[in-house]
Design a protein. Structure first.
Length: 130
């Protein structure tokens, strides 16, 4: 990893992520065990090492982490399809996707044309995704 990217990582946030998962992979539920290739990592799901929001960090073993390397699982999620995506994604991913959805403005800005921004709309509809 380039040193310039390494500086973006929030080590405390990554440690909290692993602790919250009780040192098990969120995807395959394997405990942290470097001897078997299941070293626990904190993956930045959107591939942005500067985004250390809890919804963007997933405790994944190295094997599962490799499935997401260079792939952004949030790509393609829109205001119009997020409920559909929620019903089709893997169970472990649901809290991450909900966090992503709740932090989106969907390209609009609050107050545009006198209507609430999409982030406000999503917040109002939060009950749909809880």
């Amino acid at each position: 990893m380039r040193p310039s990217l390494k500086a973006l990582y929030d080590r405390e946030a990554m440690q909290r992520c692993k602790q919250a998962a009780h040192y098990h992979c969120e995807r395959c539920d394997t405990p942290n065990d470097p001897g078997t290739g299941h070293t626990l990592t904190a993956a930045h799901l959107d591939a942005n090492p500067g985004n250390n929001e809890r919804w963007n960090l997933a405790a994944l073993c190295q094997r599962c982490h490799l499935h997401f390397e260079g792939y952004n699982p949030f790509a393609g999620v829109t205001e119009d399809n997020y409920n559909y995506v929620l019903t089709r994604c893997e169970r472990w991913f649901i809290p991450h996707l909900k966090g992503y959805i709740q932090n989106q403005t969907w390209g609009h800005h609050p107050g545009e044309s006198g209507e609430p921004g999409d982030k406000e709309k999503v917040t109002k509809r939060k009950g749909e995704i809880e």
